[in-house]
Ligand binder design. Structure first.
Ligand code: NDP
Length: 447
């Protein structure tokens, strides 16, 4: 019999924590997990899932308009935010239940309370109880960071945005990354007047420049406003409840809602890391390629390690950890060519090197592009162009990056990412017969 209460204690029941718990239990480990909020974590409860449902909900605004050009008699439409909000909240609750069921079915003990580290093998629960475990896995995720300026408390973050009481008339979004561009699209389709305010001069840093430019151009054409090089100085609440934003180098901006989308920091505050001597580097828990911290019995996966802040990566890390420690199968993660998407309107899908990265790394680079108007838009009379881009090694023809902005780009990109991961060449793409008529066929028709 082990001297410990559990073989594994997981702190945080998000994507990484739940996967690690389930797999470790399937390898025969006695597992406990603590979650202070809701089982499912950021992705399920206040991230990817509810966001994607809002993206679907928002897109009806354009679909209903376009439907008339396709012969449908669409009477005047209205949008009821509380209906969508409550349906999304209901769906999230259903998924939360399924996640809990997964834990229960695998005989994982769930503590619905906060847990902190008390020592290399010891966890303290909010109720005061101390639990011991042979191994501890930290999977607490990340938390929105908010600029430290006067009046910042008047703004909300992605944590609160799914619960708005009513749809505001005007929204100011700080930041120019994933969340900012996704919610710009969502709010705009719900008829809000949207202003994106950025401290710098570019959106979606890290994505291919041409693709970013296209999103910017389309967003501006739709009516979304941008203020660049405008760091926030303060927010003042007016007597009528509206907000006045003071930003550097620009007139004050009046708005009804401020959304901070200025990045997410690993959630380590008050976690008791010092009680076990866990090393933190640049605000994140430092781990090796097997997800192990400097303390032999403590591991960490997902956003709290700030390697790649994406759900499927956290899931892989959690799975690899459980196989390594409990499945007698040491595994590391291959971080090369991870596909990603921005669910803006239109969405972006990308995998591999941008053109700029390829030029820096490879020297000889050949780029192919297809700039087209989707067939659906021609009939709808929608003057919005899509852009696909293949970045190839100029010497070998290997496709090292694919970048797309178009309706359904993320759906198409997932399959195309297999080709990049497999190291296929432009000749392999050319040898594949086009699937007509589709947008995806552009990928094999670039000359
Ligand atoms: P991002 O890292 O995508 O973008 C952060 C933005 O905020 C950047 O424009 C950045 O500007 C700006 N910024 C950072 N700090 C400050 C500051 N102190 N003051 C003003 N502006 C600031 O973060 P998000 O919050 O949008 O998303 C968090 C993470 O969640 C993402 O990195 C991503 O990993 C994940 N996510 C993934 C999604 C997906 O896969 N579709 C969707 C949503 C989130 P600058 O460029 O100048 O640094």
């Amino acid at each position: 019999m082990s001297d410990f209460d559990f073989d594994l204690f997981v702190i945080g029941a998000g994507s990484g924590g739940v996967r690690a718990s389930r797999v470790a239990a399937s390898h025969g480990a006695r597992v406990a997990v603590a979650e202070e909020y809701k089982v499912g974590g950021t992705c399920v409860i206040r991230g990817c899932v509810p966001k994607k449902l809002l993206v679907y909900g928002a897109h009806f605004a354009e679909d209903l308009k376009d439907a008339r050009r396709f012969g449908w008699d669409v009477p005047e439409t209205t949008f009821d935010w509380p209906t969508l909000r409550d349906n999304v909240i209901g769906e999230v609750a259903r998924l939360e239940g399924l996640y809990q069921q997964t834990l229960d079915n695998n005989k994982v003990t769930t503590f619905h309370e906060r847990a902190t580290i008390a020592g290399p093998h010891e966890v303290r629960l909010a109720s005061g109880k101390t639990v011991t475990a042979k191994y501890i896995l930290i999977a607490t995720g990340a938390w929105p960071q908010v600029p430290d300026v006067p009046g910042a408390e008047h703004g909300i973050t992605s944590n609160e945005v799914f619960h708005l009481e009513k749809m505001p008339k005007r929204v100011a979004i700080f930041g120019g990354g994933y969340i900012a561009n996704e919610f710009a699209g969502i709010f705009h389709e719900f008829s809000c007047q949207v202003t994106l305010i950025l401290r710098g001069d570019q959106i979606l840093r890290g994505y291919d420049e041409q693709i970013r430019d296209r999103l910017l151009q389309i967003s501006m054409t739709k009516g979304i406003q941008f203020r660049f090089n405008a760091p926030l100085e303060r927010i003042e609440k007016q007597e009528d409840g509206t907000l006045k934003l003071f930003v550097k180098g620009s007139d004050p901006i009046e708005t009804d809602l401020v959304l901070f989308a200025t990045g997410r920091n690993p959630k380590i505050d008050g976690l008791g890391l010092e009680n076990a001597g866990v090393t933190v580097e640049k605000g994140a828990i430092k781990v090796d390629e097997y997800n192990r911290t400097n303390v032999e019995s403590i591991y960490a996966v997902g956003d709290v390690t700030n390697r790649v802040q994406l759900t499927p990566v956290a899931i892989r890390e959690g799975h690899a950890f459980a196989d390594t420690v409990f499945g007698n199968n040491p595994r590391t993660i291959d971080y090369a060519a991870i596909p990603s998407a921005v669910f803006s309107n239109p969405p972006i899908g990308a995998v591999g090197m941008t053109e700029g990265e390829a030029r820096n790394k490879l020297g000889s680079v050949k780029v192919y592009t297809s700039d087209f108007r989707p067939m659906k838009f021609t009939l709808a009379g929608r003057n919005e162009r899509s852009l696909y881009k293949l970045v190839c090694n100029g010497d070998t023809g290997q496709v090292v990056g694919i970048h797309m902005i178009s309706p359904d780009a993320p759906e198409i990109l997932q399959a195309a990412a297999i080709a990049v991961k497999a190291g296929l060449t432009k000749a392999d793409f050319d040898a594949t017969v086009a699937l007509h008529p589709s947008m995806a066929e552009e990928l094999v028709l670039m000359r």
